[in-house]
Ligand binder design. Structure first.
Ligand code: DQA
Length: 155
């Protein structure tokens, strides 16, 4: 929660990422979502950054969370977004439009290398409007994105 003047980063996790640890470890590794969030929280704390994390299986809730960034109270305002849209990567113009609307820079993260998988995963509705994309580096991809966010928003 942004209860101070620290910069804030929002991490959005899309559908089925709540099943990490159980779900297809050959693609997504053995870390649970809680493991990933806690690694990121530790890194953020060291850097004096507020980190908010939100997972939903619902496109509506993810969009609403982005609208809260734009309209909401100070505790919902963020300087940078890290998003793994999961399956919505390949389907959701609506989530893309929400990110375009709020104009907060974001990095797109995927645990697996989407380009080494089925053809339907090769297209992302987010990559061309993202600052950058990290795909295939597992949980470390989130930490690399966070390091980038920390450096960028500190400037
Ligand atoms: C994913 C890749 C997507 O294709 C898939 O639908 C996911 C996870 C990843 O992190 O590798 O749910 O975004």
């Amino acid at each position: 929660m942004a209860e101070n003047n620290f910069k804030s980063v929002l991490v959005l996790h899309g559908p089925n990422l709540n099943l990490l640890g159980l779900r297809e470890p050959n693609h997504y590794g053995n870390n649970t979502l809680a493991d990933i969030d806690s690694l990121m929280a530790k890194r953020a704390k060291e850097a004096n950054i507020n980190l908010q994390s939100f997972q939903s299986n619902s496109e509506v809730e993810l969009i609403q969370r982005l609208h809260d960034v734009a309209n909401g109270s100070a505790d919902k305002k963020v300087d940078f977004i890290i998003i793994n849209p999961a399956a919505f990567t390949h389907t959701s113009v609506a989530l893309r439009d929400a990110l375009s609307a709020i104009k907060v820079p974001f990095v797109e993260v995927h645990l697996s290398n989407i380009y080494a998988r089925e053809t339907f995963r090769h297209h992302s509705y987010f990559s061309d409007i993202a600052v950058g994309v990290i795909s295939g580096l597992g949980a470390q991809g989130y930490l690399l994105a966070l390091d980038y966010a920390i450096q960028t928003i500190a400037d």
